[in-house]
Design a binder for this molecule. Structure first.
Ligand code: HEC
Length: 135
């Protein structure tokens, strides 16, 4: 009985940590890929440069995966609009560092990275009130 409870407890505590680690490593992988292939045009952290901002609500970070994939591989944006030809078609030019057509895992990692930008939890109201009281 005790062992069963222990096992259930272990499953409950370990599972979320495993999921969090998987997401963390996706984000790190995505950051590496973004740095190697995208930041020159889309700006550091995907915040925009000569090419549009990719982060934030409504932008590519929050698009359904299939649409994101279609844009990166084949250069089609929302409602299948052909993107400006400056945007490389990574299904054709390949991605660094593998030198291959990006896999779905790599594309998901890039999108996970873009989603993670600016997603840190807002500071707690207590901290904000503290600061206000001190100033
Ligand atoms: C050489 C410059 C360049 C590089 C490198 C580049 N892009 Fe782009 N990208 C563009 C331009 C320019 C557009 C805008 C095209 C348009 O709106 O017609 C664009 C558009 C996009 C869009 C559609 C955005 C929207 O809101 O419509 C996505 C998604 C995107 N790029 C993802 C990426 C990813 C991911 C990478 C790296 C794997 C990357 N791009 C690398 C230039 C670039």
């Amino acid at each position: 009985m005790f062992k069963a409870i222990l096992a259930a407890f272990a499953a409950l505590t370990i599972a979320p940590i495993g999921i969090a680690n998987a997401q963390q490593s996706d984000v790190r992988h995505g950051a590496m890929l973004f740095g190697a292939n995208c930041f020159q045009c889309h700006g550091r952290d995907g915040s925009g440069g000569i090419a549009p901002k990719l982060t934030g609500q409504g932008n590519a970070a929050s698009w359904p995966f299939e649409r994101f994939r279609n844009a990166v591989l084949a250069g089609y944006g929302e409602r299948n609009r052909p993107l400006n030809e400056i945007m490389p078609h990574f299904g054709y030019v390949k991605i660094a560092p593998s030198g291959r057509i990006p896999t779905d895992d790599e594309l998901r990692a890039i999108q996970a990275y873009l989603k993670s930008v600016g997603a840190t939890p807002a500071p707690s109201p207590v901290v904000i009130r503290d600061r206000a009281l001190r100033s």
